[in-house]
Structure formats: C-alpha cells, structure tokens
Design a protein around this ligand. Structure first.
Ligand code: GDP
Ligand code: IMO
Ligand code: MG
Length: 431
C-alpha cells in the first residue's frame, strides 16, 4: 500500500496517460493535480482510442474513484463535452468528483490568451490558446472564480469586482469586446448545472478516506520542463507539473507521496516555442516525428523532435524527486542504425561543458549537445513481453539512462496499447 505520482519528465506528451491508465488498475483513488484542457492524454484500449483533457486517465478502469484536484483549471464547456463523449462510449462516471477549489477558465481567459500570443509576435510562447495562463494569473491575482463560487450567494458581487478589470484589459489593451454581467451570470448558471453532479462537497472526508485506503495515484499533466518555476521560463505553462504540484494541487500533504514515476520518452519532443538543445531540425527529426506520430493531441501541431537529453533527465529527476522511470516509445527506434544520447552541453564560444542544466535560457543559443552514440537493435520490439527478450543494444541504452538519472526503469512501453508494456516492478508494490 502506498501512493504514487506519475510525472512527465520532459516537455509533456511523454505517454503519461498510458502509464496512469496501466497503474490505475492497482490504484484506489486517482487525482489529476494541475493543468487544464491544454493537456491531451491518449489511452489506447483494444481498438479504441480515448483522448482526455481534464478527466483523469484512470477513469477507464471501472469503479475507480477519480478526483479533479484544486490545482486544475477547468473549462466548463470542454469538461461537459468530455463527459458527454465518455458517456456516449458507455464509460461509467459515477465515481468522478471535482474539487470545489478548482479554478474556472472563463471565456475572457481564452480571449486574453489568444490576444496576448498575437501581441507577442515573434516572442510568442506558442500556447495551446486554451486560456491556461490567464486563468492561473487570475487565481494568483485573487480575481479568479473557483467552482464553489458558482453556488455562492456573493457571486454577483464578486463579478462586480472582477468584470470591470477584465473588460478594461479586453477593450483598452487588446481592443476586444467586453462581457456584460448578465451574460457572465447566465454562463455561470449553466456552469453550475454542468458541474453539479460532480462537485465534491465533502472533499476533506473524501481525501481522509483515500489516505486511509492507500494506493492513491496522482496524475500530472504537461512535464517538468514546462513547470512555471523550474521549466524553460517564460516558455512554460502556468502551473506546477513537478511532483510537488501533486501536493498543492490535491490537498494532500507531501508526506503521503511514496514513489514518483518519471515518464520519459526514449527521445524528446516539444510543442510550442522555447529552447531545446537536442532538437533535430533534419531528416532524423522528421523520421522520429513520422514513426512516433508526433502531432499534438490537443492542437494537432507537429511536435519538434530530438535525441534524449540526459542533462534534462538528471534535472527532472532532481526537481521532481523521481524514484522510478517509465520509459516510453522506445519502439520508435526499432529501425534506427544508431541512437544518440546527450550527456552534456558545450558552449560553442569557449568550449565550456555543462553537465547540469543551465536554467538561464538566454545561454542556450550558444550551446550544442555532446552525444554518446549507441548501436540500434534493428528488431521489432513491439510485441516483446519480457525484459530478457529485449535486444542487448536496447538494454545498453536503457542502462545508461538509468545510470545518469539515478533511478531504475520499472516500466518499459513498446507501443501505445496496454499490453505493449513490460512491467519490471509495479510501483505500488514498492511502497
Ligand atoms: P501524454 O500527454 O503524456 O499522456 O502523451 P500523449 O497522449 O499526448 O502522447 C503520447 C502518444 O504516444 C499517444 O498517441 C500514445 O498513444 C502514444 N504512445 C504511448 N506510449 C507509446 C509507446 O510506447 N510506443 C508508441 N509507439 N506510442 C506510444
Ligand atoms: P500534456 O499533458 C505538451 C505547452 C504549449 C506551450 C506551453 C504553454 O498532454 O503533456 P499553455 O497553453 O499551457 O499556456 O502553453 O506549454 N503545453 C504542452 N506541451 N503537452 C502538454 O500537455 C502541454 N500543455 C501545454 O505547447 O509551449
Ligand atoms: Mg499530451
């Protein structure tokens, strides 16, 4: 019995949802702890593909209690659509609960995200334009709306404070249309109806019970390098995907966490702008993109691709306290002659070597990756079920990753499906 965090250890899209879905089988309670509908989480079950944005990926495991935590920002229309789509596919949502402390993404947040991106021109972040930054900005500025506000007798007076501020920015800074109080009140009424069956009034008792029962699975969105505090700022999201976010985003203190599973893709991808030292702007990058089907789940944008960056991996392991590795998409290299792994960066100006991640990103344009090269295995591994059947060249690559990250690989994913997984150690069993 114990509690496990699943955290994206790179720039998102590492295959977290597949791992969350797999581990949910042994979990009693699954909590999504941050992010919003910027997330795109894919789970493949048999011939069916599910794409989640707000709802925990554990929901496909019948009877599991799922909770959307206080750290999440929730767009009501997306939530409603996701709920209806899942119901239409006969997925039982009776155990899904939502924290009344989760923040609401309002229509003006989406307007502001788009307008801010346009005004930044070539300095744009490349956001998903889902209103994430503006929602978290309002939360921190103490002018946001939480789910519980929808049922509050003071909602109208809260809007009297919030709306003039928002309208002033919309109209004066961006020349956009303002929102009337009536239309926002009407929307809030609709939102209250959408959320009503799911709002967890007794969330404190629910969490106490979950703690008592154990086997809580915390599901992160995005990845460590998109963390607002530790990522490639300002080219980050506006929440804390790091494992520490599991605590602030759920209401369960950090002492409940027993294991942190860092999900690493066998290579790196990034969507949106921002530095990426091992990026391959060439045929090999294209090959990874094509074989790995690296196109965004939420926006459909092509993902930038590059070799595995062990400097980043070591950094994620530190700031997220990673205790075990889930290595995904290793099958994408099945046809490759050789595979590279970046172990340090070299400053092109003076030869200075960086083995620790330089957090000052203005330096990154001067850096080049220093690689170790591994021989490919040239074998289809997508049906391999046992570690001992994996090609030796793959094991050599994996062992080097373990050595640098300082944690053991406990899960190897060799394809998108549940059964395309080699589980060396069940993280719950380790707790
Ligand atoms: P997430 O945001 O971290 O949950 O990841 P995404 O769902 O955005 O992207 C991961 C993609 O890779 C999805 O399409 C998955 O179905 C797929 N996937 C996950 N694991 C594997 C794997 O081991 N091999 C291959 N080929 N695809 C995988
Ligand atoms: P999952 O959970 C990959 C990126 C965006 C952009 C930056 C800020 O599927 O791994 P935002 O809309 O959050 O303000 O955008 O973060 N981004 C993601 N990249 N996977 C995600 O989620 C992402 N969510 C946001 O592309 O660069
Ligand atoms: Mg994704």
């Amino acid at each position: 019995m114990g509690n496990v965090v699943v955290v994206g250890a790179q720039w998102g899209d590492e295959g977290k949802a597949k791992i969350t879905d797999l581990l949910s089988k042994d979990a009693n309670f699954i909590i999504r702890y941050q992010g919003g509908c910027n997330a795109g989480h894919t789970v493949v079950v048999g011939n069916e593909t599910f794409k989640f944005h707000l709802i925990p990926s554990g929901v496909l495991n019948k009877g599991k209690k799922c909770f959307i935590g206080s750290g999440v920002v929730i767009h009501p229309e997306t939530f409603n659509k996701e709920i209806n789509d899942l119901k239409a596919r006969n997925i039982d949502l009776s155990n899904l609960k939502l924290s009344p402390l989760a923040s609401i993404t309002m229509p003006y947040h989406i307007d502001l995200d788009g307008a801010s991106e346009s005004s930044l021109n070539e300095n744009k972040i490349g956001t998903t334009k889902k209103g994430i930054g503006p929602t978290y900005t309002d939360k921190v500025a103490r002018v946001g709306l939480k789910v519980q506000d929808l049922y509050d007798e003071e909602l109208s007076s809260k809007l009297d404070k919030i709306l003039p501020l928002k309208n002033s920015i919309l109209t004066k800074v961006y020349a956009l249309k303002p929102y009337s109080k009536e239309e926002i009140l009407q929307l809030c009424k609709e939102y209250a109806q959408i959320f009503k069956p799911y709002v967890c009034e007794n969330w404190q008792e629910t969490l106490i019970e979950a703690k008592k029962n154990g086997n809580i699975l915390f599901e992160g969105a995005q990845g460590v390098m998109l963390d607002v505090d530790f990522g490639t700022y300002p080219y980050v999201t506006s929440s804390n995907p790091i494992a520490g976010g599991a605590s602030t985003g759920s209401g369960l203190g950090p002492n409940v966490i027993d294991e942190v599973i860092g999900v690493f893709k066998a290579y790196i991808t990034r969507v949106g702008e921002g530095p990426f030292v091992t990026e391959l702007d060439n045929q090999i990058g294209k090959q990874i993109q094509t074989i790995g089907a690296e196109f965004g789940t939420t926006t459909g944008r092509a993902r930038r691709c590059g070799w595995f960056d062990a400097v980043v991996a070591k950094y994620s392991a530190l700031v997220s306290g990673i205790t075990q590795i889930a290595l995904t998409k290793i099958d994408v290299f099945d046809t490759f002659d050789e595979i590279k792994l970046c172990t340090s960066y070299r400053d092109k100006r003076n030869g200075k070597i960086y083995t620790s991640y330089p957090t000052n990103i203005s330096l990154h344009k001067h850096l080049e990756p220093v690689y170790e090269t591994f021989e490919g295995w040239k074998t289809d591994i997508s049906n391999i079920k046992n570690f001992n059947d994996l090609p030796q060249n793959l094991i050599t690559y994996l062992k080097r990753i373990e050595e640098i990250v300082g944690a053991k690989v406990s899960i190897i994913s060799v394809g998108p499906k549940r059964e395309q997984t080699i589980m060396l150690q069940n993280p719950f069993a380790n707790c």
